[in-house]
Design a binder for this molecule. Structure first.
Ligand code: AMP
Ligand code: GLY
Length: 423
């Protein structure tokens, strides 16, 4: 099977890594990929989706997997399908579940799926009235895609009103903020769950926990995620079943009813409040760095899983996971998440301890390659992943690998998986 992965981050590297080790996969392409995916397969520098679909046809690519939300919201899946290609990801219509918070909240309300009480509006008076009906903190969200930055947790009524005014006037997020969602604050613990969907059937993957803040103890600014682990002991069978029956199943049925069946990865951002899973948000793709720690836990060949999901055959598949844990620690550049950083060479010392070498690896993200050397190019540079029989073992291994990786200005959190380990 020839497979192409669209995207250029650590998420796409980690999908490529399991495909590379899959005996069914005969060729692997990344569009556009990064400086390290070229070690797994061939990078394809075609930006335009029509031309990329033509490349897939010309090269006999059997399956394309889309990583990031951008191409999905742009309709890459529709373009590929129109040419008869097999592609895993939601259509442009279904991708609205992530592309528009207003669409998502209205969908959740219509199909009675648990979520925070909210109002969506472009009218400042209505927003202010709703704000006054809530208790602080109050959550204000811009409607469109804002690279995870469009959410303000306001600690006072005044702050909430300023956030709404700045969004509606276009001052803070341009057009993406010209409609807002104001909602009640949910007080609980946050989880990431992922359902692989084929429009009607789904497979719910082990629950993960991300670490969104830049610094230890969940301090500092929000980021795309500084580390993750799975499976988390914060989810038991009961919560898992509730997520399936109350959230994923009604979402798939609802999307069918809306005429936009959901195929692809449904990323459910959850808050568990008193044992009840409440939907914070949907994304229509894998989380990053969650994907990097879920892929190594997959026992079923990745090519089979993604191909069956892309061809409506999930009901014929029994997915298996290794009975292990994975922890991923992100290493970011000096100026992340504020600014770019000067490129810096990455040196990885050889891991001599065989057991650690066998159970760790690096998923590369913000890197370029020049004459056989890798350079950190800014943002989240790479993820050190450790796998083990316990979360502690997996975490210790991930951090041992971190100690072997060097580049100027590297920064990382030292407390990934703390919520599981303090139990
Ligand atoms: P979102 O982009 O909707 O995922 O929001 C980003 C982050 O804001 C989430 O990961 C949560 O940590 C936080 N958040 C969003 N909505 C709420 C809410 N209603 N209550 C508490 N925290 C929230
Ligand atoms: N790690 C969270 C995200 O990918 O949005």
């Amino acid at each position: 099977m020839k497979v192409m992965v669209i995207g250029s981050g650590g998420r796409e590297f980690s999908i490529g890594r399991v495909l590379k080790n899959d005996p069914e996969v005969s060729a692997l392409y990344f569009a556009p990929g990064n400086g390290a995916t070229s070690m797994l397969g061939e990078n394809v520098a075609i930006k335009e989706y029509d031309a990329l679909a033509q490349f897939a046809l010309d090269n006999g690519i059997d399956l394309t997997i889309v990583g990031p939300e951008g191409p999905l919201s742009d309709g890459v899946v529709d373009i590929f399908k129109a040419k008869g290609l097999v592609i895993f990801g939601p259509s442009k219509a279904a991708a609205q579940l992530e592309g528009s918070k207003v669409y998502m909240k209205n969908f959740l309300a219509k199909y009675n799926i648990p979520t925070a009480r909210y109002i969506q509006t472009d009218h400042i008076g209505d927003a202010f009235k709703f704000i006054e009906s809530l208790t602080v903190p109050i959550v204000v969200k811009a409607d469109g895609l804002c690279a995870g930055k469009g959410v303000i947790i306001a600690m006072s009524y005044e702050e909430a009103k300023v956030a709404v005014s700045e969004m509606l006037s276009g001052k803070s997020f341009g057009d993406a903020g010209k409609r807002v969602v104001v909602e009640e604050f949910l007080d609980g613990y946050e989880l990431s769950m992922f359902a692989l969907c084929d429009g009607k059937d789904f497979i719910l993957l082990p629950a993960a926990q991300d670490h969104k803040r830049l610094l230890d103890n969940d301090e500092g600014p929000n980021t795309g995620g500084m580390g993750a682990y799975a499976p988390t002991p914060l989810v038991d069978e009961v919560i898992y079943e509730k997520v399936k029956e109350r959230i994923v199943r009604p979402t798939l049925e609802g999307m069918q009813e809306e005429g936009a069946p959901f195929e692809g990865v449904l990323f459910i951002g959850l808050m568990i409040v008193n044992g009840e899973p409440i939907t914070l948000e949907f994304n229509v793709r894998f989380g990053d760095p969650e994907c990097e720690i879920l892929m190594p836990l997959l026992k079923t060949p990745a090519s089979e899983l993604f191909y069956k999901a892309a061809t409506k055959q999930l009901d014929t598949l029994k997915v298996e996971f290794h009975d292990q844990y994975a922890v991923g620690v992100v290493m970011a550049s000096h100026n992340y998440p504020y600014d770019n950083s000067v490129p810096a060479e990455i040196i990885v010392d050889t891991v001599h301890h065989e057991e650690i070498a066998q159970h760790t690896h690096i998923a590369y993200a913000g890197v370029s390659e020049e004459e056989g050397k890798l350079y950190a190019t800014g943002g989240r540079v790479l993820v050190c992943v450790g796998v083990g029989e316990s979360i502690k073992q997996a975490r210790d291994r991930a951090y041992m690998l971190c100690g072997q990786v060097h580049f100027a200005g590297k920064k990382l959190r030292t407390d990934i998986a703390y919520q599981a380990l303090r139990q």
